[in-house]
Design a binder for this molecule. Structure first.
Ligand SMILES: C[S@@+](CC[C@H](N)C(=O)[O-])C[C@H]1O[C@@H](n2cnc3c(N)ncnc32)[C@H](O)[C@@H]1O
Length: 289
């Protein structure tokens, strides 16, 4: 990488290493995902020892147990990346139309390339947009999903408000994320693996920065009860947290309450305005594939 591709903080191999708190954090997260887009899926399968292939389908089964009220015809998969959850959601709800949105163009191009099954092609579309300001009207979707997006967000509360805004009342949000294991002893092994083994694997494929950022990003997510409290503040009425793999990942499920809370930043005293990425956001609607 060089010139315009360079992140503010880089690893020894020159790969981007985003730093939370840096004013260019979101741009650097995009650069990081641009850097790893082509190897993202297989690296995750290797680093998670194949477990990530089970986590997404299981989260959709948890969603069935949560019982979304009313039909699920319109789905948003936010931070869709290469479209792994987008395609699973489309198969899980075979009548629904699914929109995958991500702010990294390189991840979306992989998603489009992988979405070739005739059954998917007519029902799934991908576009660019930021979770901080979604280019959709209030109440557009019956279901919003996202997997492994939350820990990359510059402002979790603001993004949850946006997710609530684009859901109809009674619509459901599914957030799948890596979380702190339930047992402290297993947690110590988990952190040793993410702090030492995963960055070493990343360095072996010229991606030392992204896979050093990964364990850093895990440490900043709120614990399960605080995450559910954040969902409540964003206007979700019924929430649940269902763990998998001894708590390494959690599916947070939340039902959109009857009314969205006041616009984030405008009606919530002291809260910051949602940041808008140059070239993204409502002035640049998603493009169909
Ligand atoms: C770890 S990947 C997860 C991809 C996919 N959901 C999956 O299950 O593998 C996180 C994705 O979120 C995207 N992302 C991060 N922050 C975002 C934001 N503020 N708005 C939109 N996409 C974002 C990244 O570009 C990346 O593709």
């Amino acid at each position: 990488m060089g010139g315009d591709d360079r992140a503010d903080r880089s690893a020894r191999d020159g790969s981007p290493l985003p730093r939370r708190g840096n004013p260019n954090f979101e741009r650097d997260v995009r650069r990081m995902f641009t850097h790893i887009a082509q190897r993202y899926e297989w690296f995750d399968h290797v680093a998670s020892m194949g477990n990530d292939l089970l986590w997404r389908p299981r989260a959709l089964w948890e969603l069935d147990r949560f019982r979304p009220a009313g039909p699920v015809d319109r789905i948003l998969d936010l931070g869709c990346g290469t479209g792994e959850l987008t395609r699973l959601a489309a198969r899980h709800f075979p009548r629904a139309r699914v929109v995958g949105v991500d702010f990294t163009a390189a991840m979306i191009s992989v998603a489009r390339r992988r979405t070739t099954a005739p059954a998917d092609a007519g029902r799934i579309e991908y576009g660019r947009g930021t979770a901080m300001r979604l280019p959709f009207a209030d109440g557009t979707f019956d279901l919003a999903t996202n997997a492994f997006l939350a820990r990359n967000l510059v402002d979790l509360d603001a993004a949850l408000h946006e997710m609530r805004r684009v859901l109809r009342p009674g619509g459901v949000l599914l957030v799948l994320e890596i979380t702190e294991p339930v047992s402290p002893a297993f947690g110590a092994m988990f952190h040793a693996y993410f702090d030492h083994v995963v960055p070493w694997l990343g360095a072996a494929v010229d991606s030392a920065g992204p896979y050093r950022y990964l364990p850093e990003s895990l440490r900043r997510l709120p614990a399960r009860p605080e995450f559910r409290a954040a969902l409540g503040r964003a206007g979700f009425s019924r929430t649940e947290a269902r763990t998998q793999s001894m708590g390494i990942v959690t599916a947070f499920l939340a039902e959109a309450g009857p009314r969205a809370p006041p616009a984030f930043g405008a009606g919530v005293p002291g809260s910051p305005s949602p940041p808008v990425e140059p070239g993204l956001g409502p002035d640049r609607p998603h493009q169909s594939s």
